[in-house]
Design a protein around this ligand. Structure first.
Ligand code: C2E
Ligand code: MG
Ligand code: MG
Ligand code: MG
Length: 287
């Protein structure tokens, strides 16, 4: 009996693996047609000061597929990377975001930085920085308003190409942010060698604020480290007032999370900014 059960369990696992595998193939095959049919769109999540004033937005890609329904970026980005479809997707994101910057963000009365996420694969693409430069030119985008978020894993994946990309990008005048900081397995030595403007504390650390003294100590150490290195800091995944207060008291003045705003489609974001930014710029002009 045990042998029989073992066998059927084995078949069950194998079947699930096949279904999983088929879904990955389906996702990979649906990306390019999806781009052509306009199934992808961008949501923007504000980055705010500790007093909840908007300072920037992060562009996060969304996909509502005709054939597969909603697919989360955590599902399709890794598949796009492994199947070689990521460059088409990244190019689309860069183009789309540049248009939004030119049409809207660039004309706001206060400076709003716009961040985009890049994958490891993008950093290895020849002439990717040329594509970025020419897209900026096409849309008359000011490069100082654009920040590229890259994980340390992506950076360390190919140091030589990544360094070349970062040099090109900083020459253009864009900023570089290190995303999901603290989740990789790397040494810290690279922090002094690449031009990083901003470190994003991964939400896993933010989530643990207040749990134990050691969890708090870890966040304090990251804050202190960034301060000493002269690198700006942003906490991601801030969901509670306790987390916000802890970060604010200890000098992390840039935050992002559901406590402030969820990622929003541009039209909804405009409505939010219409109140928050006019208040902010109103204060400035009355001084
Ligand atoms: P990320 O860049 O670290 O983005 C942060 C993720 O946390 C986003 O998930 C965001 O919606 C979510 N988030 C924000 N605030 C909170 C919060 O308070 N609580 C919780 N639990 N989550 C929060 P999303 O949009 O599903 O994106 C997941 C990942 O997919 C991103 O992580 C990024 O690595 C990748 N991604 C998203 N858009 C793009 C893109 O255009 N290109 C590339 N290459 N990767 C992208
Ligand atoms: Mg990011
Ligand atoms: Mg992040
Ligand atoms: Mg993250």
């Amino acid at each position: 009996v045990a042998k029989k059960e073992g066998k059927s369990q084995y078949c069950f696992f194998q079947e699930n693996m096949l279904i999983e595998h088929q879904r990955k193939i389906d996702i990979a095959n649906a990306i390019e047609p999806g781009l052509e049919r306009g199934e992808f769109y961008i949501c923007y999540q504000p980055k705010v000061s500790s007093d909840a004033e908007p300072r920037g937005v992060e562009a996060l890609v969304r996909w509502n597929s005709h054939s597969l329904g909603r697919v989360a970026p955590s599902d399709f980005i890794p598949i796009a990377e492994r199947s070689g479809k990521i460059s088409a997707l990244t190019d689309w994101v860069v183009e789309r975001v540049c248009r939004d910057v030119a049409d809207y963000f660039q004309d706001l009365p206060v400076p709003i930085l716009v961040s985009l996420n890049l994958s490891a694969y993008d950093l290895k693409r020849y002439q990717f920085s040329d594509f970025i430069r020419s897209t900026f030119e096409t849309h008359s985008v000011r490069p100082e308003l654009i920040e590229f978020e890259v994980t340390e894993h992506a950076y360390l994946d190919n140091l030589e190409m990544a360094n070349r990309f970062f040099n090109d990008i900083s020459e253009l005048g864009c900023r570089v942010a290190l995303d999901d900081f603290g989740t990789g397995y790397s040494s810290l030595s690279y922090l002094t060698r690449i031009p990083i403007d901003l470190i994003k504390i991964d939400k896993q650390f933010v989530e643990n604020i207040g749990l134990t003294a050691r969890d708090d100590a870890l966040v304090l150490t990251i804050i202190e480290m960034a301060k000493r290195l002269g690198i700006e800091l942003c906490a991601e995944g801030v969901e509670t007032e306790a987390q916000r207060d802890f970060l604010k008291i200890h000098g992390c003045n840039l935050m992002q999370g559901y406590l402030f705003d969820r990622p929003q489609e541009l039209e909804q974001l405009k409505a939010i900014f219409a109140t928050t930014i006019s208040e902010q710029s109103g204060v400035l002009t009355h001084r």
